[in-house]
Design a protein around this ligand. Structure first.
Ligand SMILES: O=C(O)C(=O)[C@@H](O)CO
Ligand SMILES: [Mg+2]
Length: 254
């Protein structure tokens, strides 16, 4: 059975973070994910998670000092010490909250030197946290110009080169559609590497069903392929969050 998480960095933005967890539980989600939870004291968030019983599926690395700064350092040559410091902090936060995955952001870079740097940093991180699941996510270059990891073949190459069991692909159907023009074909090629899935339709990055991605077929492919990880709703609600949740009942749960 497919399991759905609410990305509470995108959903219920008008509420305080702990209350977004409560809203996700009330709306029927099975988990939450938070991109950058670091401005909220971990015990406050933990209390809401414990009260609702919702697990935290994922957080992003790097942690603090992110706001207004770069989107990670993992692929930036010369920033290896910064990467390690950030990673250790993010890991502590992930462990305090029981976060399932840590999404390691590659940051702004280009070229083969950056790829070599990313591979070495990920090998270090995987070995530093062998019991923790790490993910990398290709992000489309229109939304995040200059971000290093912007292609699924590139992500596959990096994952294979890192060669650690605790690193996997974060497959975002919206980015897959925007990068390749065909999210389903992209899933067919790369889904076997996926540890975590995120969804939004394209264009617009709104609710599934609002754009061109065939989500019933996408969900059917996940089921057929035995995908058993989280599917996180990482979209900008077209209007009210609850009013846009018809897809959860109708499309995803049949
Ligand atoms: O932008 C996305 O898509 C993500 O999943 C984020 O983790 C990037 O911050
Ligand atoms: Mg995403």
């Amino acid at each position: 059975m497919l399991k759905f998480a609410a990305n509470i960095s995108f959903l219920w933005k008008d509420l305080a973070l702990p209350n977004r967890v409560r809203a996700a539980a009330a709306a029927g989600f099975d988990a939450v994910e938070v991109l950058f939870p670091y401005d909220t004291p971990a015990p406050e968030l933990k209390r809401a998670l414990d009260q609702t019983g919702l697990p935290l599926a994922l957080i992003n690395c790097p942690p603090p000092n992110y706001t207004g700064g770069e989107r990670g350092f993992a692929a930036v040559p010369g920033q290896e010490d910064r990467f390690r410091t950030d990673f250790r902090r993010a890991l502590r936060y992930a462990q305090a909250l029981g976060a399932g995955h840590l999404h390691v952001m590659s940051g702004p870079a280009e070229g083969s030197e950056a790829e070599t740097c990313l591979i070495a940093n990920l090998q270090w991180a995987c070995d530093f946290a062998p019991d923790h699941s790490l993910t990398i996510e290709p992000i489309n270059p229109h939304d995040m110009p200059g971000y290093f990891l912007n292609d699924f073949d590139q992500a596959a190459r990096v994952i294979d080169a890192v060669d650690r069991a605790n690193l996997g692909l974060q497959f975002d159907a919206y980015h897959a559609q925007r990068i390749t023009g065909d999210a389903l074909a992209c899933w067919a090629a790369h889904g076997h590497r996926a540890r975590h899935v995120q969804i939004a339709d394209h264009p617009g990055r709104h609710e599934p069903g609002s754009g061109e991605i065939d989500f019933p077929s996408f969900f059917a492919a996940l089921v057929a392929d035995g995908y058993d990880g989280w599917i996180s709703a990482e979209y900008a609600p077209a209007a009210d969050v609850e009013a846009g949740l018809g897809w959860l009942a109708e499309v995803a749960r049949g």
